[in-house]
Design a protein around this ligand. Structure first.
Ligand code: ASP
Ligand code: CP
Length: 354
């Protein structure tokens, strides 16, 4: 895959997605701590996060380390010389003299592209304000494929509901475009009034011939969903707009799932979610429901981000060959409520499950 930076899902067609996912599958035994890879030994990542992050920052760092590289990071503006007025251009050019790749999260739309303009090393968009979050959408699609595979179905023709703040939620911007690369999709977009999906993104999807149904309430009956993807309201991006329509009916909970979802519906969320009692977000009452894929989704971040690095830095072939075993003990499952850790990877790649 000849790609210098990862800035937007617009860089992908289906072949590119499948090529990346083949590398991600090969990376799974390393991400799942069964195998060891040193393909990026000696390389250094600059992990620059000017906005809050748990998953993206740590999983990109873990992915780089699991490929044998090392990570230097900076978090927030306070501890960067941007606090002294340094430009994106100068920051990017200077740090590129120290590291081999950059991951950037920044509150302005288009900021990752500005970092990329100032450097010849790969830049990965880890979230540019309300713009895009391409690596999240890739891991979301990877998760959907894996969840569907378990029940023997394909992404083509799926009915996907995107729920919540679709105006400022960058994960859904990227995911909607990425899913529209598939055939015969049906999207139900459910957002409070004022927080609807931007019209230009709906237009892209409609041009590709998919069916879109736009709603401002969760209370209307829905035809059975294949994927229900809930999102958090992006309060940090909403300044003076009213968000009165964001009422408790936007809570994606057991009552919603019982009416709109079938036994094979996949329940997703990019996280973080608001877990406070009564929050209008994905309810914790669904955590033990086997259809809830949120932690399998966040776990997939490591393999998919390893694939992104391996591809951009030209070492993807090294992941596809035989790899040595990991020499330390790791648990059978990640969380106490999870299915055994290795089952999925073992099934598709022939690696021994414990
Ligand atoms: N973590 C995701 C993002 O940074 C989603 C969210 O924060 O709601 O876009
Ligand atoms: N999903 C996601 O991007 O999470 P963080 O904001 O914690 O990185």
């Amino acid at each position: 895959m000849n790609m210098q930076h990862l800035l937007s899902v617009d860089q992908f067609d289906r072949d590119r997605v499948e090529a990346l996912f083949a590398v991600a599958r090969a990376a799974e035994p390393v991400a799942r701590r069964r195998k060891v890879c040193r393909a990026l030994e000696g390389a250094v990542l600059g992990n620059l996060f000017f906005e809050a992050s748990t998953r993206t920052r740590i999983s990109f760092a873990a992915a780089f380390c699991r490929l044998g590289g090392a990570v230097c990071d900076t978090t927030g503006f306070t501890f960067s010389s941007m606090a002294k007025g340094e430009s994106i251009h100068d920051t990017s050019r200077v740090i590129s003299g120290y590291v081999d790749a950059l991951v950037v999260r920044h509150p302005e739309r288009g900021s990752a592209a500005q970092f990329a303009q100032a450097t010849c090393i790969p830049v990965i968009n880890g979230g540019d304000g309300p713009g895009e979050h391409p690596s999240q959408a890739l891991l979301d699609l990877y998760t959907i494929e894996r969840e569907f595979e378990r029940v023997g179905r394909e992404v083509d023709g799926a009915h996907v509901a995107l729920i919540g703040d679709l105006k400022y939620g960058r994960t859904v911007h990227s995911l909607l475009k990425l899913l529209s690369l598939y055939r015969g999709m049906r999207f139900t977009l459910i957002a409070p009034p004022g927080l609807e999906m931007p019209a230009e993104l709906c237009a892209v999807v409609a041009r590709r011939g998919h069916r879109i149904d736009v709603r401002t309430t969760l209370r209307q009956p829905l035809e059975q969903l294949d994927v229900a993807y809930a999102t958090r309201i992006q309060r940090e991006r909403i300044t003076d707009e009213a968000i009165d329509g964001y009422t408790p009916e936007f809570r994606v909970d057991k009552a919603f799932v019982d009416t709109c979802c079938g036994p094979r519906t996949v329940l997703m969320h990019p996280l973080p979610r608001d877990s406070a009692p009564g929050a209008n977000d994905l309810g914790t009452d669904l955590d033990t429901d086997p259809r809830t894929a949120i932690f399998r989704q966040s776990d997939s971040g490591v393999a998919v981000r390893m694939a992104i690095f391996a591809t951009l830095l030209g070492v993807d072939q090294k992941l596809l060959g035989p790899l040595p075993d990991a020499g330390w003990r790791s648990p059978e499952r990640i969380g106490p409520d999870d299915a055994p850790f290795y089952t999925l990877a073992a099934a598709s790649r022939g690696f021994g499950a414990d």
